[in-house]
Design a protein around this ligand. Structure first.
Ligand code: NIG
Ligand code: FE
Length: 418
């Protein structure tokens, strides 16, 4: 629902622009003290200093909200999640606590395959209700746009059902979060295709991609390019075909092994390469050169006890870094934006300003939306968050706790209770 809203007496902090901010530019935020933002029919129509006409309450067709000096940021964009799935994997989590690795569980038929089984067993409504529950939690943490992936069906019907669920949630009149859908049919090899990975890639290229294109069910195509999952060659074949059909490309790249996923993402001009815990220097340089957004997922590294991605090296090399949660039932059952921020600042060495850019404008670029969201500028959607403080320094200081007081989606306000 698009609204008319004026927020005044706010300390506005935002990156500027309609493309990702790269390298040291990530630390440059535009600050307006005692600022006003006007949103008309969901779109920002004024950003600047106090105009002297602001008045609390409903006046001249706008609801006018006094921010009392608190900090106003663009809404967060969670540009990498898997929020539509059935079942849970707490047992697998305990195996990992006892020392078993993520990949060894996957290789013996657990991991993603167990969520595929649980997802296939659920109805559209069951999966949709569960997914909707995650969306509500996202709003409370300040997320106004989320990317969601299929990849827990790995067959014709269930992959389409996951994408249709995301579409139905995105076209809901009362939605609080915009959804960008990604087809991740190449998330794992389904057991029906055991030992026939190339044939499965053929199926994705010949059957799934054309059908999804025809029904316009996903904007992006993703692949888990990893040793023991899909090779560089298989990923390349799939992604070239996807690109030819008009999909934008995203990669699960160099997560466990340094396979060259970052280099491949650059070669194919992908929107983003994600995870990147093991990205090589050459891969990092290639991403910077080809404007591939390096999407880092600190919650996953934390949950898997893996070393964090080399965020500082990436920023120093001129990359545009985005941060996302990777919410999924296996490697990272957390959609916590507050913890993502704390980990990025404490363990990855990002400054708070860089984190804000990574979660707003660069996240928007990672879902091909940097021209319409990700910053507080005239012409963009009125997607914003008001913190509970005049200082954005509270963001990493609130470790795993929420400091977002109000989430604003296209001018509509959602107040959080503390
Ligand atoms: O991004 N790495 C591959 N895919 C997901 C995990 C999926 C799962 O374990 O269910 C990820 O971490
Ligand atoms: Fe993922």
């Amino acid at each position: 629902m698009k609204e008319n809203l004026v927020v005044f007496n706010a300390r506005i902090a935002t990156p500027l622009g309609s493309t990702a901010r790269k390298g040291h530019e990530m630390g440059e935020l535009h600050i307006i003290e005692n600022g006003t933002v006007e949103v008309t029919n969901g779109i920002i129509t004024y950003v600047g200093p106090h105009r002297g006409i602001e008045r609390e309450g409903f006046h001249w067709g706008y609801y006018q909200y006094n921010a009392h000096g608190k900090c106003l940021l663009p809404g967060f964009v969670d540009s990498h999640t898997h929020f539509v799935f059935g079942g849970e994997r707490s047992e697998e989590f305990s195996w990992r606590l006892k020392g078993e690795s993520y990949m060894s569980i996957m290789q013996r038929g657990g991991g993603i395959a167990s969520t595929v089984k649980a997802t296939r067993a659920q109805s559209f409504d069951q999966l949709r209700t569960k997914a909707e529950g995650f969306l509500k939690k996202m709003t409370a943490m300040g997320i106004t746009t989320v990317e969601g992936k299929s990849g827990y069906g790995l067959d014709y019907d269930t992959e389409l059902m996951q994408l249709e669920i995301m579409r139905s949630l995105d076209t809901n009149e009362k939605k609080q979060v915009d959804i960008v859908s990604t087809f991740l049919g190449a998330h794992a090899l389904p057991q029906e295709y055991a030992g026939r990975a190339d044939e499965y890639i053929d199926f994705l290229i010949k059957v799934m991609l054309p059908e999804i294109r025809k029904k316009d069910l996903a904007e992006c195509c993703d692949v888990f390019c990893e040793e023991g999952v899909f090779s560089i060659e298989q990923s390349q074949r799939l992604m070239i075909a996807a690109k030819e059909m008009g999909f934008l490309l995203k990669f699960h790249a160099d997560e466990i092994v340094s396979l060259g996923g970052a280099e491949l993402a650059a070669e194919l001009n992908a929107l983003s390469a994600d995870h990147l815990l093991q990205a090589s220097d050459a891969g990092i340089c290639a991403m910077a050169e080809k404007n591939v957004v390096a999407t880092l997922l600190p919650l996953t590294a934390f949950a898997l006890k893996e070393p964090y991605a080399r965020a500082r090296d990436m920023i120093n090399a001129g990359c545009a870094v985005a941060l996302a949660t990777d919410l999924n039932p296996g490697s990272c059952f957390s959609g916590s934006i507050p913890l993502t921020i704390a980990l990025a600042c404490i363990y990855m060495g990002l400054t708070i300003e860089e984190v804000i850019t990574a979660l707003t404008l660069n996240g928007a670029a990672a879902v091909n939306r940097a021209d319409s969201i990700g910053s507080i500028e005239v012409g963009k959607k009125g997607d914003m968050i008001l913190l509970n403080s005049d200082k954005y320094n509270v963001l990493p200081y609130y470790i795993g706790m929420n400091c977002v007081e109000v989430t604003i989606k296209e001018g509509r306000m959602y107040l959080n209770k503390f």
